[in-house]
Design a binder for this molecule. Sequence first.
Ligand code: ATP
Ligand code: MG
Length: 303
Amino acid sequence: MTESAHLSGTGMPAEGVHDPDADLAPVPAVESGADARATTPVAGAPTLELRGVHVIHKTRTGGLFKPGTVHAVNDVDFQVSRGETVGIVGESGCGKSTLARVLVGLQQPTRGDVLFRGRPLGYDANSRRELGRAVSVVFQDPATALNPRMIVREQLIDPLKVHGIGTEDEREDRVERLLGLVGLPLSALDVLPRQISGGQRQRVAIARALALEPDIIVADEPTSALDVSVRAQVLNLLTDLKDELNLGMVFISHDISTVRHVSDRMAVMFAGQIVETGPADELFANPSHSYTRTLLSAVPSLL
Ligand SMILES: Nc1ncnc2c1ncn2[C@@H]1O[C@H](COP(=O)(O)OP(=O)(O)OP(=O)(O)O)[C@@H](O)[C@H]1O
Ligand SMILES: [Mg+2]
């Protein structure tokens, strides 16, 4: 994990949009002029919206002069706002993580529009910082989101420092509150990630994702790497937090019953496309696409 990755506010380096100098620029105290105008939210617009988004990855297969490609995301429309959980379900390789990376600004689409608060998302340092404050991400493996050499306290203070939030005392206060929110004792502040369990590490990663009081959390298979015994706990933590903080959440999993458990709306993804979308209960009770029915036939799950 590089330093710049932490500075981006999303916990991972951006692909094709990296600008190390810009990452280190001081946060302006007051946004002014063109910047402020460019980022004024459009009233009533969803926090994040994708319109006709395509992502085509180049692969290592194919010839030297004609590399192979994978159409990972194919003409996807998607919206999410505060207060709602949208689940994305689909089999391995269908494009869920690529879609998640587009939503958090780590991947620029090959084609299509990404709107943030109703305006086209920019990929310069300022836009990324603004997006990083409003949208955070929780990955499958907390080890990738946390710096193995930093104690928990520093991991949680880091995004606050990067975004110039609060005085030193206020940051300390917020870090302690964050720890309480995710159900960890204060003694967890002074340990390294490897000194706590996988479930506790994921709680730290969630606390870090909450540090900047985001509007939206994108959770990409947040429980898949965890021991079965703690999966339900982390899942319940996420749903409780979502209610308590009125967050928006994009919850991604290959397991349709887990997605249903947490989601208000669901989108079923197959081969890069969203083949079916609707209220979770309705979609579960009355699937219209044959792929959704196939997924449902694989239930029951281990959660
Ligand atoms: N950086 C990349 N370069 C090339 N191909 C990629 C890249 N990232 C993803 N892919 C390909 O794009 C497709 C979608 O991958 P993605 O990781 O989005 O799927 P996924 O639904 O998240 O899968 P999983 O459930 O296994 O996590 C796959 O065929 C994958 O091999
Ligand atoms: Mg994935």
